[in-house]
Design a protein around this ligand. Structure first.
Ligand SMILES: [Zn+2]
Length: 121
């Protein structure tokens, strides 16, 4: 029979086959830690999205503009994170960070828009 040990402290377990923890203390500690790790991931993603949104807003005060990819990258923009996309009838896909969107255009340039302004060009 396979030897089992507590998921939290590693102590050998001698109870039922489905036992995972040696005590309620270890069970609680384990679940609290898992919860904390999950919240850390969510906080990290939220921070990246908020930063992206603030960069777009800063570079696009009028609600419509063109910026270079280099400019976005130099501000610390992270292209891997966005909240949603919008594809126009002609097949152009805007990526959004909340209300601030961007569309890649020719030559490493990006067209920036604010929500509801799905300009097709
Ligand atoms: Zn334990």
């Amino acid at each position: 029979m396979e030897k089992r040990s507590c998921l939290e402290c590693g102590e050998p377990l001698h109870g039922r086959a489905d036992q995972k923890f040696c005590s309620d203390i270890c069970r609680t500690a384990y679940h609290n830690r898992m919860h904390a790790e999950k919240n850390t991931i969510i906080r990290h993603v939220n921070a990246v999205l908020r930063k992206n949104r603030n960069i777009l807003e800063k570079l696009n005060p009028q609600g419509k503009t063109k910026v270079s990819k280099e400019k976005l990258l130099s501000e610390g923009f992270n292209f891997s994170y966005f909240t949603n996309t919008y594809t126009t009838k002609t097949g152009k896909t805007y990526h959004y960070c909340y209300d601030q969107g961007y569309l890649p255009i020719e030559g490493n340039w990006y067209f920036l828009v604010r929500k509801q302004e799905y300009i097709d060009r």
